[in-house]
Design a protein around this ligand. Structure first.
Ligand code: ATR
Length: 280
């Protein structure tokens, strides 16, 4: 039950009906018995700036931002954190004292999901990253903050991998897409940031035989939760990390900033979201 003093937040996107964020934040609001609401806001690209200008005047404390607004969110912000600047995109806005602060919490979400799986110590490791889109930027920025030795960046369109390597500097080395299998031979960690393996997309046919024992395979796809890539990793005895952890953990910093409470990612919350994903 909310009162006239309820703290307000939400998620802006177009389309927005598929978003799991209202369920996720709603779960925390209920568990913590907060006088607060988190609502889905279907906002077209051309209306984004007008809506964001109006939200603080309506009492909103901030919002999450999803496709197609992530770059525009960073552009309109007055201040931004390192992760948002490195990614050229923001997924979280905080409204305070008449200013808009942009954050990219996908980076922290990615790292927290690795920590949760016991795979967060990346110091000196070589990592293969598949893909060179927005998600790859967040993953690469996060990996570099954990002092990896090298990132082998494989992307179907070589020019995009080269562009990202130039942006992030010496530790990121572009590698031809058709040589991914050999890159795996010297990588302790593999991260898929492409859409391959997602429901309705083409499968990711990648042979993991060359990966060293004890390796870690991360798939940021979470529909389905168990992608073909992760199933093959488990069959080989590698550590498999699914995309749900990143989704859950990226939501924490925004909730904390808007509602002044630290929410917890619990097994019960994960099970609730798994149920929704598997049911629909
Ligand atoms: P996001 O912001 O979610 O990362 P994106 O910017 O559209 O999404 O990037 C999607 C990534 O998936 C890209 O690296 C894309 O490769 P290209 O740069 O060659 O387009 C990759 N991708 C999508 N479909 C693919 C396919 N069929 N085969 C290989 N890579 C694919």
């Amino acid at each position: 039950m909310i009162s006239g003093r309820a703290k307000l937040a939400g998620v802006l996107g177009w389309p927005i009906a598929h978003s799991l964020s209202p369920t996720l934040h709603g779960h925390w609001i209920e568990k913590l018995s907060l006088d607060a609401a988190y609502v889905p806001l279907a906002v077209r690209e051309e209306d984004f700036e007008t809506v964001v200008a109006a939200l603080p005047r309506m009492g909103f404390r901030g919002v999450n931002v999803t496709l197609p607004h992530k770059e525009a969110a960073l552009r309109l912000a007055d201040t931004a954190d390192d992760a948002a600047r490195a990614c050229g995109a923001a997924n979280t806005l905080v409204f305070a004292r008449g200013r808009v602060h942009a954050m990219n919490t996908d980076v922290a979400g990615f790292l927290a999901s690795l920590d949760e799986a016991g795979a967060g110590d990346l110091d000196g490791m070589r990592v293969t990253v598949l893909g060179a889109g927005g998600a790859a930027r967040a993953v690469i920025h996060g990996l570099l903050t954990r002092s990896v030795s090298e990132i082998l960046l494989c992307n179907r369109t070589a020019a995009k991998a080269e562009g990202l390597a130039a942006f992030f500097g010496g530790k990121v080395r572009p590698v031809a897409w058709d040589t991914t299998t050999s890159a795996l031979g010297s990588s302790q960690v593999l991260v898929n940031t492409t859409k391959l393996g997602m429901a309705g997309e083409q499968p990711l046919d990648l042979d993991l035989a060359a990966m060293p024992a004890g390796g870690v395979v991360v798939d940021i796809v979470y529909r389905p939760l168990e992608t073909g890539l992760l199933a093959r990793a488990r069959a080989r005895g590698l550590t498999a990390v699914d995309g749900l952890g990143m989704l859950l953990h990226q939501a924490v910093p925004g909730f904390r900033a808007w509602f002044d409470v630290e929410p917890r990612v619990t097994p019960a919350l994960r099970a609730h979201l798994v149920g929704l994903l598997e049911g629909g």
